[in-house]
Design a protein around this ligand. Sequence first.
Ligand code: C5P
Length: 403
Amino acid sequence: MMRGKHIILGITGGIAAYKSATLARLLIKAGAEVQVVMTPNAREFITPVTMSALTGKPVVSEFFSANTGEWHSHVNLGLWADAMVIAPATASSIAKMAHGVADNMLITTYLSAKAPVFVAPAMDLDMMSHPSTAANIDLLRSYGNHIIEPAEGELASHLVGKGRMEEPERIFDVLDRFFSDTDELAGKKVLITAGPTYEPIDPVRFIGNYSTGKMGFALADAAASHGADVTVVAGPVDVRPSHPGVKVIGVESARQMLEACTPLFDEASITIFSAAVADYTPAHPQSCKIKREKTDLRQLDLIRNPDIAATLSSRKRPGQLTVGFALETDNETDNARHKLKNKNLDLIVMNSLRCSGAGFGCDTNKVTVFSPQGVIADIPLKSKQECARDIISILTRYDPYTH
Ligand code: C5P
């Protein structure tokens, strides 16, 4: 899919710049044309000679060529590109990109680029977790840039944490998949529930669970990449969609989730219920904080929450597809098949908490997809993004009448 694609590889001044050589090599091997643009600092970390030898093109890093006085047009470069990938992206370059500080060739090219931009941050963990970096990355995301989240691991400083630039193979994969995505879901609405629900006990306490929403948002990104018009109704989560087209409606409780989903469900061709909805909610949430001196709170009166998947799937019209999740600790297959039937779902995605690397919180998952007829796919352990892409591609091909 990369053959003939024009890629601007932006390199900024961080230790991870050495990995950009591998990325350039992978892109070139796959048939892309690569134009490297480096910030002045990046040249301290990897030489322009290395990069121009790998790409077969002179590296651009100044507005003018020192020898000839030739002006390098950032506008033409920006228009030439099918994609721009900035790897590594330092905190400083991210800040400049977020605020339009066009003081070097890379930032001016970024501001002129009409093509999708992919940003692979790389920095020390404290810089990465600083609120200003987080806010700048959020800004970039809100402008429609694709953020390739850094991985956790040992950093150049020997500290361990989040900030390592994603491996070149993975960045290549993100780009390759971007170009290979199809429009199979164009014109279709997809509704996804994600994250936990919080059921209020009083204004400061709630019943919740460990769901992070990562799987639901990965599904949303994957569906949007296939051209779908995606809305996520999410409980309280920190994750955001990477795809700029995904709409998010934030809710807290199961009741609010059902209320938000109900009008959207009728319009949706595909609904995926990936939220970990609390089964019960306090019968009498208090409007003031419960004081232990005044209340002997040893018991909580609970009532059942509505089953969002079952409620909405019971109104399913022909042509609407509903998909549930079953997170199990035992009797996995029987429980999943039981839920598929009871909730009137077309498909159910089962994951087991017994399998390490699957389920809540982690970045990977291992799932089995069931239709009423039995197992239709066993997806081995992979990142939640990759797993989501596999699930979405199954959905795009699934026809309940022929299975
Ligand atoms: O019954 P259980 O909670 O294990 O079922 C899981 C599936 O049902 C998931 O798809 C979940 O999103 C959905 N569900 C729901 N509303 C509930 C409980 C579960 O939509 N109240």
